[in-house]
Design a protein around this ligand. Structure first.
Ligand code: SF4
Length: 1002
């Protein structure tokens, strides 16, 4: 519902406020943006409340000539600065002011804080390249050796801590803390430690010392990264505000020129400001402090982006005696919705003396509190209700489904698809769309033909007519010969086995890739993409969503070209690997026709929007409120300059987020809670029902029954049809006898869900690592163990192999007598292989770590007298229909004919819990007992990283249990149950590009 056109008394008061600081606390749906834009208009025109009707403003053509001061106001557009947080919000404010003042020659400066600061710095200094969060990650990843990292690096994943480090530095910058300030803090901390060190017990001393070393590393890396960025003529986004504050402090005449210019400063979404931004504002305005801050503390939901929790407190302190106006009339929601929302938010600490929201709207429908036993039943019920609403003439575009995190929508998407309910998802990345994944697979194999995963994806497309049996054979050979799939296919083509490829599109694909590879040597990536699309004969219709996705990717390429020195594929490929590793996403444009589709988005994305009907999805424990994720590197409390946060700040922010969700609804609101019977529901359910009177009058509970399996399960092989006729090439294509059918849209879901790979009469060959892979993700197990898709080189494995060989060599040498480090070092150098590392930095880091670990290993084993009984002992244990195979790293003798089984580890040192629960150690023990007929009384994980063993045991009962677990997994495998298990492991999964779980097929 749109607000009445006439300003109400509070709005008028805010708009017409004269001189001096003004704080406008604007509740949801109270016309905040309208007030801020009308205040700008008022300042420019001196117009009061214009009364109803379209003549909101005086006719500027008659009231004042363009470019001259407007009568009654005396303010020129350039005297006004309006700041906000997003480009979108700035554009919207500009649009509204322009709409109100069509005759104005130039608009006031309306921009984001960052854009304003960038402009100030640019005018004073020189053109800088601006690095956003992902750019900073990539920039630092390319210069790791200059950062001098020790604690904050992982060998297998060199960039693992870069985001955490950058977040920490941004956090410092939000508090105006510079590298020298942090260095002083670290030094002071060390001095305090020295003073008390003698009084501490050794364990405590060690812990504190490590903490100090970490702080010193942070100080060093903060300084180094800042220096590197500045030397490259760049600035990080996070540094713009502190740099501007520093400039103003250093050069008062520059500040004065801005103070003279901006007679009025307005800030939208003030609740999202941080200490540095408030300091900037304090500098920018001078007496009589004509600053207007508009916001709502109840809608502060961006702490993760650096917003302070205490923005209004800081405003009170900075501008004491300011006027406060409460916009407490809500034009959006029914009374019932507002009362329920108020019950929730009243549980939080709020800006004092805040009145309750009012509305002139009707009571409306009750707020429905759904109570579902599981997420599938929730999805089924909501789908039914959405279908019913649509049937009763609610346009789909009037319905919104809001969720806390993207993956919470999955069961609902599945249900919408089944019921053919149109939906549009906001905030999708084009990188998960089928078309982009297809195009990237082609670009990958043009750049790196030996990329087995990309080639697998391409060969699956109908165009290349490559039978799966043949692909399996080729992949099997690649696996055995330790070469790539591309190598195998090329060799078949060259040698006498070319007939195997007859009838497939491989020769044509091979020629096409060769041609494009040649073209890529001198063409830009944008031109290469164009040619690729042409050669694949992809003709997108204008309304095809793929057309918009490809256009967004072209824009991304353009942006990359603007910041890259080379425009060629090599440079892009390297950039893009880092971009993905850094978690970079390319937001998909809103699909055309989404007004006729149910709107799905996160609650964060819904801020500022409104919908006649809103569903808040999955208000469940650990989902909403979301579990707190503490920053990897905590900001020291003693350095905080703004007000201290409340102890339950996370829960309060989550509550505000739900409040934002509730207040998006205009007419109908459904809050959907999920809790298994007997389990605790989300704390927000008790909040919402804590006022008995409101619950009785304004809410209606809906008990959702468990949905029957057939209502929620999609048959395994059922895949949404990915084909889009517009992109189908014509028959009889460029490639002569090549097949028709598209060269994109591989039927991944059907392929990954196919059956009959396992012959019932054959024994299942399993190993501990295969069982562990199945446990991590059955789909991954299928890719690696049944489809046998070889992956690329894996640094951690390469390193692990080398270290294992060295350990074996050490004990061989020990049989001849004492061994010093040097011969082992010589052996290590001899077998070191350069291949298999991400880059030189990683290789050198691994090499250095390997040598340090071996030195520690030699020194620790100097006094060991008993030598191993066996190394790399193979076993093959027959468990009936399962053949359990593997290799025990080392078997050591123990008294009374018993043995110790050792597994060497090269990554993160395992914990006691890891050892106690390890399936691998259990399998070793089982094999040693039942196949090698030994008595394993001790099982050891030996970490080469810290040269410490972690020991455990397995009782006969525990081993029997392991056998039944193995049989259970084997039964699942025989039933060919390979569902994807998306989660944390996907980050490190080589099969992501061919995994249906990562494919958005709508
Ligand atoms: S990407 Fe994730 S869900 Fe897919 S196979 Fe890999 S681990 Fe499994």
């Amino acid at each position: 519902m749109s607000p009445a056109f006439k300003l109400n008394p509070e709005q008028s008061k805010a708009v017409e406020h004269g001189e001096g600081p003004l704080l406008i606390i604007a509740g949801p749906g109270s016309g905040k943006t309208r007030v801020i834009t009308q205040r700008i208009v008022h300042l420019l025109t001196g117009a009061g409340n214009p009364g109803p009707g379209p003549a909101l403003l005086p006719d500027l053509r008659t009231s004042a000539p363009a470019g001259e001061e407007y009568a009654g106001a005396g303010i020129q557009p350039e005297n006004i600065l309006a700041l906000t947080f997003t480009e979108k919000a700035a554009r919207e404010m500009q649009r509204r002011v322009r709409e109100s003042l069509p005759e104005i020659e130039a608009l006031p400066q309306i921009s984001t804080f960052h854009a304003f600061c960038y402009e100030v710095l640019r005018k004073r200094h020189f053109e800088r390249k601006l690095l956003d969060k992902v750019d900073v990650w990539i920039f630092l990843r390319q210069r790791m050796e200059s950062l001098d990292l020790q604690f904050y690096q992982k060998l297998a994943e060199p960039g693992a801590f870069l985001h955490s480090l950058n977040d920490f530095f941004s956090r410092c910058q939000d508090e105006l803390i510079e590298p020298p300030d942090f260095e002083r803090y670290a030094v002071a901390m060390e001095m305090d430690f020295q003073a008390i060190a003698p009084t501490l017990d050794p364990a405590e001393r060690l812990l504190l010392l490590e903490d100090i070393q970490k702080k010193r590393e942070l100080a060093r890396v903060f300084r180094n990264s800042r220096k590197l960025i500045e030397e490259a003529g760049s600035s990080s986004l996070g540094s713009l505000i502190p740099e501007t504050v520093r400039l103003f402090d250093r050069e008062p005449e520059v500040l004065e020129s801005y103070r003279q210019l901006f007679r009025y400063v307005l800030v939208d979404e003030f609740q999202d400001t941080n200490y540095a931004q408030v300091e900037l504002l304090k500098r920018l305005v001078k007496p009589p402090y004509n600053i207007t801050a508009v916001g709502d503390d109840d809608q502060a939901i961006y702490r993760f982006r650096g917003a302070s929790h205490g923005a209004f407190k800081m405003f009170d302190e900075a501008f004491p005696g300011h006027e406060t106006v409460f916009l407490d009339t809500n034009f959006r929601s029914t009374r019932r919705i507002l009362r329920v929302a108020e019950v929730l938010i009243a549980k939080n600490d709020r800006y004092e003396a805040k009145p309750q929201l009012r509305t002139s709207r009707e009571e409306g429908a009750p707020v429905y509190l759904l109570q579902s036993p599981d997420f599938e039943s929730e999805a089924a019920w909501i789908t039914g209700e959405v279908a019913r609403l649509i049937q009763h003439q609610t346009p789909p575009g009037d319905i919104a489904v809001l969720y806390r995190a993207h993956n919470h929508r999955d069961p609902l998407v599945e249900q919408f698809r089944r019921r053919k309910i149109p939906f549009a998802i906001r905030g999708l990345s084009i990188l998960s769309t089928v078309i982009l994944r297809d195009l990237m697979a082609y670009l990958n194999i043009i750049h790196s033909p030996h990329d087995n995963i990309s080639l697998t994806r391409v060969l699956l497309t109908p165009r290349w007519n490559f039978p799966e049996e043949l692909a399996l054979e080729a992949r099997g050979q690649a696996w055995r010969d330790r070469c790539s799939l591309y190598d195998v296919l090329e060799s078949w083509e060259r040698a006498g086995s070319a007939h195997r490829l007859a009838g497939t599109g491989w020769p044509h694909l091979h020629r096409l890739l060769g041609e494009l590879r040649k073209y890529a040597e001198h063409a830009s990536v944008a031109a290469l993409l164009q040619r690729l699309i042409g050669r694949l004969e992809l003709n997108f219709l204008p309304h095809d969503p793929d057309s918009a996705y490809v256009a967004a990717f072209r824009k991304f390429l353009e942006k990359w070209e603007g910041k890259s020195e080379s425009w060629k594929l090599d440079a892009f490929w390297e950039y893009f690997q880092y971009f993905r590793e850094a978690g970079g996403q390319i937001e998909a444009p809103e699909p055309a026709g989404s007004a006729n589709a149910v709107q799905m988005m996160t609650v964060h994305a819904a801020k500022g929007l409104e919908f006649p009907v809103a569903f808040i999805l999955s208000v469940a424990s650990r989902r909403f409120p979301h579990s707190e994720q503490k920053p990897v590197i905590e900001f020291p409390e003693s350095l905080r300059k703004g007000p201290p946060p409340p102890a339950n700040i996370h829960e309060q922010e989550e509550r505000r987020l739900l409040y934002v969700g509730l207040t998006r609804a205009e007419d109908r609101l459904y809050v959907s809670s999920v809790a298994k019977p007997g389990k605790k529901p989300s704390v927000f359910v008790s909040d919402l029902t804590s006022n008995l009177a409101v619950e009785a009058r304004d809410m209606e509970r809906v008990q959702v029954l468990e949905a029957p399996p057939e209502a929620v399960q999609t048959p395994r092989t059922e895949a949404p049809s990915p084909e889009r006729p517009s992109a189908r090439p014509p028959q009889g294509s460029l490639f002569g006898e090549a097949t028709d059918g598209p060269a994109i849209y591989p039927p991944l879901a059907a392929w990954a869900g196919r059956t009959s790979m396992i012959k019932p009469e054959e024994k299942l060959q399993l190993s501990a690592s295969a069982l562990e892979t199945y446990d991590t993700c059955p789909q991954k197990f299928m890719f690696s163990h049944y489809l046998k898709i070889p992956t690329g080189p894996q640094p951690a494995l390469t390193f692990g192999n080398i270290m294992h060989q060295c350990v074996r060599r050490y004990f061989e040498m020990r049989r001849q007598g004492p061994v010093s480090f040097e011969p082992l070092q010589a052996y290590f150098e001899q077998i070191w292989k350069g291949a298999g590392f991400e880059d030189d930095y990683q290789e050198q880091a691994y090499k250095k770590a390997g040598l340090e670990q071996l030195r520690g290993f030699v020194s620790r084993h100097e006094s060991v007298t008993l030598l191993p009984l066996a190394a790399e002992a193979h076993f093959s244990l027959d468990l009936g229909d399962v053949l359990l195979e593997g290799r025990i790293d080392q078997i050591n003798p123990l008294p009374e004919q018993s043995v110790e089984l050792v597994d060497y580890k090269t990554g993160r040192p395992p914990s006691q819990k890891d050892a106690d629960k390890s399936l691998q150690l259990s399998v070793y023990a089982l094999a040693a007992r039942d196949h090698l007929h030994l008595n394993p009384t001790r099982l050891t994980f030996y970490s080469l990283t810290n040269n410490e063993p972690v020991r455990t045991v397995r009782t006969p009962k525990a081993l029997d249990l392991v056998v039944s677990e193995i049989r259970e997994v084997a039964a699942q495998i025989r039933k060919q149950l390979f569902p994807p298990k998306p989660g944390f492991a996907c980050k490190f999964c080589d099969y992501e590009l061919i995994c249906p779980a990562h494919e958005e097929t709508f």
